[in-house]
Ligand binder design. Structure first.
Ligand code: 7TS
Length: 405
């Protein structure tokens, strides 16, 4: 996968006089020149609003925007008219919570989540629970950080109306139990939602066989721009879902007191959408298609195995996540003795290595694991062994500076 690095101009820069080892792709990925140029080309040649103008530029922008929708939909095995552009995973999940949950749930109903969710898949449901009187219930984890599916019948019954689950943890890297929980949802007639912010970018995903009802993801975690993401939904669900935002572009008619919505997916896209970002998102999935998601996954398995092996050499280092690369992605959280993860990240930064430290917007998970914070290295198609080696060198330096050596 080494050949892709030439497409990412940022990877050539220096940080603190050192080669950049960018190991923070779970937060956001770097962008290839093809994405940067697609956005640039839109602004230079055909910048215009979509769906409204009767002029050439507006037509070109509309064709490009809708073309991007078709590309992103195809990338996950979906039809274009089932794919809603949103501001990202957070906004997709809020759209479902407010557009579906708010109108469907009542006291006594339950929403089933797992303790490994990102705040984006917890807080919207807490808000909806507060509005509707529904309750939240959680699945816990096994010793190897997977969703614990034993004793499901203790938690699962017909009171559960929504099951919303992560496709992959942004802290431990553990792959979620989507197939199993989708099947549970089907049996009890609940709606199944996948927070795919970390799975669609890393695992080949086909919604036509996944079985879930709704899938949320973000462009910026898969080579695309910030400010855009997607909500895919089964047509019947999207038809039933209320729009959470009203305004221009999402209507077919507006009267003084009532309005009619535009057909799906437009009824969920109020106002001027992020046009340049959508076009960049289209270019990003073109890039990923060209690389091939199976190839990408193969590379991530190899680089993650390499990282786990190298990190195992570092004394006092504990991995917070599965050891088996078959059930995890390339997001590796760890603790280094009692050195605070923020200090680890600061020392690594001095060595040109970018990692994230903290609770990673998953405070319930950190509490569940009894880990106050972790340092986290996360990989993508451009990650090479040299990046990992540079991190390991930095970790030995941190050990020395903090008196572990
Ligand atoms: N769900 C998961 C599993 C995530 O990892 C993230 C972002 C989100 C939802 C929210 O996505 P957004 O694009 O709407 O922000 N995760 C991270 C992270 O791990 N570090 O920075 C952002």
């Amino acid at each position: 996968m080494n050949h892709v690095r030439a497409d990412f101009p940022i990877l050539d820069r220096k940080v603190n006089g050192k080669r950049l080892a960018y190991l923070d792709s779970a937060a956001t990925t770097q962008k290839p020149i093809q994405v940067i140029e697609a956005v640039d080309d839109y602004y230079r040649r055909y910048n215009s609003n979509v769906h409204r103008g009767a002029h050439t530029l507006a037509d070109e922008a509309t064709v490009a925007y809708e073309g991007a929708r078709a590309k992103v939909a195809r990338f996950i095995g979906a039809a274009a008219d089932e794919l809603v552009f949103t501001r990202g995973t957070t906004s997709s999940l809020n759209m479902v919570a407010y557009g579906w949950g708010l109108n469907r749930l009542s006291p006594g109903d339950r929403i089933l989540l797992t303790v490994m969710e990102h705040h984006a898949n917890i807080v919207p449901w807490q808000l909806i629970a507060r509005h509707t009187g529904a309750e939240l219930v959680y699945l816990e984890l096994t010793d190897d950080y997977r969703v614990d599916l034993t004793n499901l019948d203790r938690v699962v019954d017909e009171r559960i109306k929504i099951i919303s689950m992560s496709g992959m943890s942004n802290v431990t890297g553990a792959i979620g139990s989507v197939a199993e929980l989708v099947e549970v949802a089907r049996q009890i007639g609940a709606v199944s939602i996948v927070d795919a912010a970390q799975s669609v970018p890393h695992l080949p995903t086909d919604v036509s066989t996944l079985g879930a009802d709704l899938v949320a993801f973000s462009a910026h975690k898969m080579l695309g721009p910030t400010g855009i993401g997607a909500l895919w939904g089964r047509r019947e669900i999207l038809e039933e879902m209320e729009p959470a935002e009203g305004g221009g572009e999402m209507i077919s008619d507006v009267g003084l007191y009532e309005s009619k919505w535009a057909p799906v997916p437009h009824k969920f896209e109020a106002g001027t959408p992020p046009i340049a970002q959508a076009i960049g998102f289209g270019a990003a999935v073109d890039y990923l298609d060209k690389v091939g998601m199976s190839e990408l996954r193969k590379h991530e398995i190899e680089i993650t195995q390499y990282a786990l092996d190298r990190l195992a050499e570092v004394p006092d280092l504990k991995i917070v996540g599965p050891q088996d690369v078959a059930v995890r992605g390339g997001t590796v959280s760890f603790e280094l003795g009692d050195v605070h993860p923020h200090d680890v990240a600061t020392i690594l930064d001095q060595e040109g290595v970018a990692v994230r430290a903290g609770h990673h917007c998953a405070k319930p998970l950190m509490r569940y694991l009894r880990v106050p914070a972790t340092a986290r290295a996360s990989f993508y198609l451009y990650t090479v062994e040299e990046d990992i080696d540079q991190m390991v060198t930095g970790l030995y330096r941190a050990r020395e500076l903090f008196g572990l050596a």
